[in-house]
Design a protein around this ligand. Structure first.
Ligand SMILES: [Zn+2]
Ligand SMILES: [Zn+2]
Ligand SMILES: [Zn+2]
Ligand SMILES: [Zn+2]
Length: 560
């Protein structure tokens, strides 16, 4: 949808308020990490070699287009319109969980705003001491054989041609990085001449110029970083048009790519998905495929007539934070069921603990930020401003914990157990990190963990699943990953019990059955992800574990 009672795109499903930049599953992290890294300016610029974009030039127009050729009767949705929601997508028939709803090629792909020094072809972060310069335009590349050379989803021949007159200043790396902010808008603008069909698709997207202009922060920023930059480069574009493509990107772009790639992309159709803080779909982009398609899949079953939704905020944040993010960067006030419910659909994901009686303290009116927060049992009340301060202080402290610090997360959970409710999103975030750390970092390798530690991992995963089943139900990555994490300690505990003969055959069979059910669902969910992504690899590991469990059948008979 494009109105702003519900929502509009951006990036979707960060797992965590901070574990973005953490270890195993950390897709789509970057910003903060980069800020740190970007300080390493001014080192020597040796090893800069030149690549030849001309050798790759045949690609631009010839990339296979997916979807276009598919018969339209395949579509399981239609576009609807309402004054409140703008355009949005509705299921025209029942859709099964896991079914592909949209598979769309990218209209445009470009660097994220605020990215570091990255390859113009593949968006990989570059070390300024060993980057390659494009032989045509001298802009930075990862190598002369970057797979994004000559492709419209990377460094196209027409972009190279345009940037030939804009020599990058390698003596001022900070400024060079800043100039990346103008590249995605430039790529949009170039389509007008280079690919009118894509330009038309892009032009149909909402830019919210009025709201953005009235806000007074984004407009001047884009003026400085994009409009003035393009002027300085002597590229003749209408100012209003530049602001419009900036808006289209801000409102509609998806963050794409894994592991350190810093790209955003626009997709036809997918941009029409309505926002909901409890999304009904998941999506994934295929970095390696031509046209870099985005696949949107139903995570839960849809009935004909159901709105098909996506979450443009982080599901693992509380209502205050999600709504703030949606207001600031997506320009609408979310009033979805989760946002409107003080308990966030029973999860209590924002609840504090009452200092007097220990019951939940919840917002009296979550859609009205100045409303006080009240204890569910006694007359205790907190002013909204006090809640914000407390939350800020706790978030700051939480952010200080090192991403791999098991003891740090555990002590955060202990320290604030009388302040935050068990399923407060900061606790969920800590637990989400712990669910991935236990079993994988030194001192906590899975086969060396004590029974107590293994049971702790099980407990954490079960706590998370209770909430994920509600906020990201069905075939969501969060559930797929956590189910995998849950199987591991259960398997080790079961094996140990079996080896010391502390388990009956019947009990063994039941426990293996449970493990098989977690693994099967995990393999199914994560099997939708690109094979070489962290999730795709986890799916492979889950399938492998399943086949190993099958070997137990000669001892106990058929498991499932
Ligand atoms: Zn590259
Ligand atoms: Zn070039
Ligand atoms: Zn919401
Ligand atoms: Zn109370």
């Amino acid at each position: 949808m494009e109105g702003f009672i519900m929502g509009r795109p951006g990036r979707r499903d960060k797992y965590n308020v901070r574990s973005e930049r953490q270890f195993v599953m950390n897709k789509k992290s970057h910003k903060k990490k980069q800020k740190r890294r970007n300080r390493n300016d001014g080192r020597n610029k040796e090893n800069i070699i030149e690549a030849d974009v001309a050798t790759k030039q045949n690609g631009d127009a010839k990339e296979p287009q997916i979807e276009q050729d598919k018969p339209k009767q395949d579509l399981c949705y239609e576009i609807k319109h309402s004054d409140v929601m703008g355009r949005y997508l509705v299921a025209t028939r029942d859709i099964k969980a896991g079914e592909v709803i949209i598979e769309a090629p990218a209209v445009v792909v470009g660097p994220c705003s605020g990215c570091g020094l990255i390859c113009l072809g593949c968006y990989r972060e570059l070390d300024e001491t060993s980057l390659t310069k494009c032989v045509g335009c001298k802009w930075p590349l990862c190598s002369s054989s970057c797979q994004g050379l000559g492709k419209y989803t990377g460094h196209s021949t027409y972009e190279c041609e345009t940037l030939k007159s804009v020599t990058p200043d390698y003596s001022n790396i900070e400024d060079l990085k800043d100039s990346y902010q103008a590249l995605a808008p430039l790529r949009c603008l170039l389509l007008k001449k280079e690919d009118p069909d894509k330009w038309a698709a892009l032009s149909a997207m909402e830019a919210h110029n009025d709201i953005r202009r009235a806000r007074g922060d984004i407009w001047p920023m884009n003026d400085r970083n994009v409009v003035q930059r393009l002027k300085k480069w002597d590229l003749e574009y209408d100012e209003e048009e530049i602001h419009t493509v900036c808006g289209i990107l801000e409102v509609n772009a998806f963050e794409v790519g894994v592991s350190g790639a810093n790209a955003r992309a626009l997709y036809d159709e997918a941009y029409l998905l309505a926002h909901d803080c409890t999304p009904s779909t998941t999506h994934t982009d295929a970095e390696g495929r031509p046209a870099r398609p985005l696949t949107v899949r139903a995570s839960i079953p849809h009935r004909a007539g159901d709105i098909i939704s996506l979450c443009y905020a982080y599901t693992l944040q509380g209502t205050l934070k999600r709504r703030e993010h949606l207001r600031l960067s997506k320009f609408f006030e979310c009033s979805c069921l989760r946002c409107a419910d003080p308990t966030e659909l029973g999860t209590a994901a924002s609840a504090f603990r009452c200092p007097r009686c220990g019951a939940r303290v919840l917002p009296a009116d979550p859609l009205r930020a100045p409303a006080p927060w009240r204890c569910a049992r006694c007359p205790y009340e907190m002013a909204a401003a006090a809640v914000l301060l407390l939350l800020q202080r706790l978030t700051d402290e939480y952010e200080q914990i090192d991403a791999n610090d098991v003891a740090g997360f555990e002590s955060f959970l202990t320290k604030y157990r009388n302040v935050l409710h068990d399923s407060h999103y900061l606790f969920l975030s800590a637990k989400h990190s712990l669910s991935q750390l236990y079993g994988k970092v030194s001192d906590f390798m899975i086969h060396e963990m004590s029974e107590e530690q293994l049971n702790r991992k099980v407990e954490i995963c079960r706590d998370l699943m209770k909430v994920f089943d509600v906020i990201e139900p069905g075939y969501s990555r969060l559930r797929g990953i956590t189910l995998y994490e849950l199987h591991a300690p259960l398997m080790v505990l079961t094996t140990r019990d079996f080896e010391r003969k502390a388990i009956t055959k019947e009990n063994l069979r039941n426990r293996l059955k449970e493990i098989v059910s977690y693994l099967s669902e995990s393999a199914l969910i994560l099997g939708f992800e690109p094979r070489h992504s962290p999730e795709g690899l986890m799916a492979g590991a889950a399938r492998h574990a399943l086949s190993k469990i099958k070997t137990w059948e000669h001892i106990i008979g058929k498991i499932s």
